[in-house]
Design a protein around this ligand. Structure first.
Ligand SMILES: *Cc1c(COP(=O)(O)O)cnc(C)c1O
Length: 375
């Protein structure tokens, strides 16, 4: 049968992304298998050193996933007496729900704040307005990979004596003036979920910080609160980055700068070429400050755009269709009116993006966007 349909451009082809490193990954697998040691070993300590150095911070502590990374930062601050049950943490209203879950899971109160409409990130002036007597921390998210306005947020945090924590789960390598995501706040949480810019072959996460006390607290908390075997100073959890995932991440970290550069080149083509009255492309901020985890365009006719793109073989996703305060999980936040956030959730579409997307695929996505009919 002859078909004129275009080949499908996948949203993200993880098989292809990892196949590019297959030889190194298989060598790493052999090393881990032959070592006979699978949790809390040499691969993890090497990865922690290498990732901390890459981020430009003193400490990296590997944990089970990104949610645990954020959650254990807050839990450690509670243990250290710097946060207490019922304290408020300012979070972006438009984020993946994990940011909220890390806060409420520690019996802290997430206070959602509306974004800056152009950057999708926390609007510092609105943050300042949301600070009350119980506010103790700001958890900034570098959404879609773009750095939040950390200079302004740090000034506000300093002025009000607040902790500043980064949810850097989407922003490995986003940088401003030589400083990378994870190196701006008091502490940061990273995710190594397979689809993230630095992705494992399973779950993984890390806490990074310059604070020796916080790093020691998280190190203990992730491993049953143990400081040495069978001595437990805190009531911890089991959330460790295993040797196999650490070995995978060591391989993939060596390629991350090149892969982030590939994402930047794709984003530049998209931004220059997608010129359409019904499609708004994202800004990139200062050079290098966007890790382009996702390339998210906006359209008032989002669902029609998605349908059109699908008919041209272009897979898209929506990050995210429902904001946290409209989820069943947070009925206590239902009463909030956050119109900017709600509108963003109605308008966003994520185009295919990944380090292995070929030029012909990028061109197909661009052509599909440009042929979107005008109303
Ligand atoms: C992925 C993600 C997380 C959670 O990471 P997991 O490893 O999936 O637990 C947290 N915050 C944001 C913004 C994310 O994108």
């Amino acid at each position: 049968m002859v078909t004129s349909a275009s080949p499908v451009v996948p949203f993200l082809d993880l098989r292809e992304a990892n196949a590019a490193h297959a030889d190194e990954l298989k060598a790493a697998a052999a090393r881990v298998i032959d070592s006979g040691w699978y949790v809390m070993g040499e691969e993890l300590s090497c990865f922690e050193r290498e990732f901390a150095a890459w981020c430009g911070v003193r400490h990296a502590v590997g944990v089970g996933n990104g949610l645990d990374a954020l959650s254990l930062i807050l839990r450690a601050y509670i243990d250290m007496g710097e946060l207490a049950e019922g304290d408020e943490v300012i979070v972006p209203a438009n984020t993946f729900i994990a940011t909220f879950l890390a806060v409420s899971g520690n019996r802290l109160v997430p206070v959602p704040v509306e974004p800056d409409d152009a950057s999708f990130n926390l609007d510092p002036s609105r943050v300042e307005d949301a600070i009350g007597p119980r506010t103790r921390a700001i958890m900034a998210v570098h959404l879609y990979g773009r750095l939040a306005d950390m200079a302004a947020l740090a000034t506000i945090a300093r002025r009000h004596g607040l902790l500043l924590i980064e949810d850097a789960a989407q922003a490995h390598g986003a940088a401003s003036l030589g400083r990378k995501a994870g190196a701006f706040g008091d502490a940061a949480g990273f995710s190594f979920y397979p689809g993230k810019n630095l992705g494992a072959l399973g779950d993984g996460g890390a806490v990074v910080t310059d604070d020796d006390r916080l790093a020691a607290a998280v190190r203990a908390l992730r491993n049953y609160g143990s400081v040495e075997k069978y001595r437990h100073d805190r009531q911890g959890v089991n959330s460790r980055l295993d040797e196999w995932q650490a070995a995978v991440l060591r391989v993939k970290l060596r390629h991350l700068d090149a892969e982030n550069l590939a994402r930047q080149r794709i984003a530049a083509v998209y931004r220059q070429s997608i010129v359409h009255p019904a499609i708004r492309v994202p800004g990139e901020g200062s050079p290098g400050s966007h890790a382009w985890h996702l390339f998210v365009v906006r359209s008032a006719r989002r669902d029609a755009l998605r349908k059109h793109l699908a008919s041209r073989g272009v897979q898209t996703l929506v990050h995210y269709p429902i904001p946290p305060h409209r989820q069943e999980a947070y009925v206590q936040l239902r009463h909030l009116s956050l119109p900017l956030t709600e509108r963003i959730h109605d308008e966003v579409v994520s185009l295919p993006m990944g380090p292995r997307l070929r030029a012909d695929q990028v061109a197909q996505v661009v052509d599909a966007c440009l042929s979107f009919p005008l109303a």
